[in-house]
Ligand binder design. Structure first.
Ligand code: MG
Length: 419
């Protein structure tokens, strides 16, 4: 029995000896605390979240490798990388392994890279200004821009999933988009009046991403009944003007699509109240005003334009399945009457890349230097979505991820001359 006990004790002792650290005071923490990278003389800091390491700002497009500027781990731990090590920038993440002082505890981190084309359309063109019936840049050149409208931001509608900086970056990179539109749902379910902070934060995500990417961005009060909530609109745009009024990127769109209401009796007074509030804070950024009947009655605004404020343009929307030569004629007449127009939304016939009406409209926009945003960045099963159901919310879309309407819109935006 004693022999057995002795054997058992010996076994226990040797097992313990193998499974316990040699030095019982050794630290078992294997943590990466800091990683700073260097690319062509600039430092790129990172955020470490669990085992994921992300860059705090994207690397410039074309970056193929970075070096380590600083790396720090928990006390006593070691890491398989050191200062000045070069890391390859590619589609695959770089793995970094930290080993604790005890020699046993290990943690592996995964560093992934975002790339951004840092050339800035806004740096090139600056603040947009109305000059007669045209929009000009800071060099007084007539300009028009082509890009994308996001879908209603409303909580739970689906389109809000695409309000990400990654999608903004991808639209710039792959589509050549120079302007985006944040369509903040207001009075419908899940909208701003019901969920202020989430909707506002979605808008801010896009605006911040557009500023980083050097794109123009429209902050759109996406409502069909805005005159019923004038005070809410004023409060919102005061906040946006305070946050973003100094950025040439930003355009305010104070009413998406009014319904069949009077321009002079209802819409114009609403617009003047909201514009007055914006102008008290931001004296100069472009403001776009919706027109009656889903922003098609630009003739009503042309007959009685806003005169008390400067840098005001007017909204024209068209969907080629419904709106054709009649609306182009009306819009041409409004231009000839001196009204500057901005197409903050347009949609093709859908489900096909062959849409002659879209070509006619785009010829008209090009001839008249009208900027336009395509409706919409979403994967909802309807004719105007650019994405097939389940399209990634971080971009990197292949042609198969795009709908026919998406492929058509991308071809137009890519080919738009103003870059
Ligand atoms: Mg300003």
């Amino acid at each position: 029995f004693f022999a057995l006990l002795f054997l058992a004790a010996l076994t226990l002792f040797s097992c313990e000896k193998e499974s316990q650290p040699m030095d019982t005071t050794a630290n078992s923490e294997a943590k990466l605390l800091q990683l700073d990278l260097l690319y062509t003389g600039s430092t790129f800091t990172t955020t470490i979240n669990g085992s994921d390491i992300t860059l705090n700002r994207p690397l410039p497009l074309g970056a193929d490798k970075v070096s380590i500027r600083a790396i720090a781990v928990s006390t006593g731990a070691t890491v398989d990388k050191k200062n000045n090590d070069e890391l390859l920038v590619g589609p695959n993440p770089v793995e970094i392994t930290v080993t604790a002082e005890d020699g046993l505890t290990k943690a592996t981190y995964s560093l992934s890279f975002d790339l951004l084309d840092y050339t800035s359309i806004v740096e090139k063109h600056g603040l947009l200004q109305v000059d007669g019936n045209k929009i000009v840049d800071e060099n007084n050149e007539t300009v028009s821009f082509a890009g994308n409208s996001f879908f209603w931001s409303n909580n739970g509608w689906g389109g809000e999933r695409y309000y990400t900086a990654d999608v903004v970056r991808w639209l710039k990179l792959d589509w050549g988009t120079t302007i985006i539109r944040a369509a903040m749902g207001v009075d419908e379910s899940g909208g701003y009046l019901e969920y202020k902070l989430p909707n506002k934060n979605k808008v801010k995500t896009l605006v911040d991403a557009a500023i980083d990417a050097g794109l123009y961005v429209i902050i759109d009060w996406h409502s069909h009944h805005a005159e019923d909530y004038t005070d809410e609109a004023i409060g919102f745009f005061e906040e946006m003007a305070t946050l973003y009024g100094e950025y040439d990127n930003v355009i305010y769109e104070i009413y998406n699509e009014p319904l069949g209401i009077s321009w002079s009796a209802t819409l114009k007074p609403y617009a003047e109240a909201v514009i007055g509030a914006i102008r008290a804070i931001d004296p100069d950024n472009l403001i776009v005003v919706g027109t009656p009947e889903w922003s098609q009655r630009v003739d009503h605004a042309a007959a009685d334009p806003i005169t008390g404020y400067s840098n005001i343009a007017y909204t024209l929307h068209f969907y080629t399945v419904y709106h054709q030569q009649d609306l182009r004629d009306r819009a041409t007449a409004a231009l000839e009457a001196g009204l500057p127009l901005f197409v903050t939304e347009w949609g093709s016939i859908g489900y096909t890349q062959n849409d002659p009406e879209t070509e006619l409209w785009m010829d008209w926009c090009r001839t008249n230097n009208i900027s336009h945003c395509n409706w919409a960045v979403n994967d909802k099963q309807e004719e105007w979505s650019i994405l097939s159901p389940g399209g990634s919310t971080t971009g990197n879309w292949s042609d198969f991820d795009l709908t026919q309407a998406g492929l058509l819109a991308r071809r137009i935006i890519r080919a738009w001359p103003e870059k």
